[in-house]
Write a protein that binds this ligand. Structure first.
Ligand code: GRF
Length: 195
């Protein structure tokens, strides 16, 4: 499968996907990184792994439609079949959804529908939750609202700080995301059984 990864930050999930491919746990070709923060660490990771990058400043475009039109062109030039959001801190608009809905997944650091949106880890701590987790879901026009594909729980300890909890959640993400992608891509091969 030819995929594009969209990311805005450190790219540890980008790296986990690249590593899984190199370790032959996932069959995919990451043909493009799309990044809306050209200075982000994920851009370096893409360089190191030999992944082409389309990095852009959203402010240099008139509108979301304008930059998504450019992204779409980049995707089409490379025959991208599937979009993976790994810490892309923006809602996907109608330009991309109209072409790729059903073929876009996101990873979110909570058990959705709990704690959607920004700072899900902080939200879980503030709510004094005893458990949180990770969700992989299809992307629709809402904020972390699309159909859920897989979830994994992560217990919250009394001593947890933001950093320790975040670290534990990310470890789970790095396992879960490549393995869910593997299952999704392989199911499609045998005829699109729903997950
Ligand atoms: C992850 O925790 C992901 O769940 C959220 O953004 C974070 C990205 O981290 N959507 P990284 O850039 O992959 O390290």
């Amino acid at each position: 499968k030819k995929i594009a990864i969209f990311a805005s930050g450190s790219g540890s999930n980008f790296q986990a996907i690249i590593d899984a491919i190199n370790e032959k746990k996932l069959e995919a070709d990451v043909s493009l990184l799309v990044c809306d923060k050209p200075g982000a660490r994920v851009v370096e990771r893409a360089e190191q792994s030999g992944t082409e990058t389309f990095a852009f400043y959203p402010k240099e475009f008139e509108s979301k439609t304008a930059f998504e039109t450019e992204i779409l062109k980049q995707l089409k030039e490379r025959n991208i079949e599937f979009i993976v959001l790994a810490g892309y801190m923006r809602l996907i608009g109608s330009t991309l959804l109209s072409e790729y809905e059903g073929r876009i997944v996101n990873i979110h650091p909570s058990l959705l529908p709990a704690f959607p949106g920004k700072d899900a880890v902080g939200q879980a701590l503030d709510a004094k939750a005893e458990v949180t987790g990770v969700t992989v879901h299809y992307v629709d026009s809402g904020m972390d609202t699309g159909p859920i594909i897989a979830q994994k729980t992560v217990p919250i300890n009394k001593e947890d700080t933001r950093d320790t909890l975040q670290e534990r959640i990310q470890q789970v993400e790095h396992q879960l995301f490549p393995s869910v992608l593997h299952q999704l891509f392989n199911q499609e091969k045998v005829g699109g059984v729903s997950f």
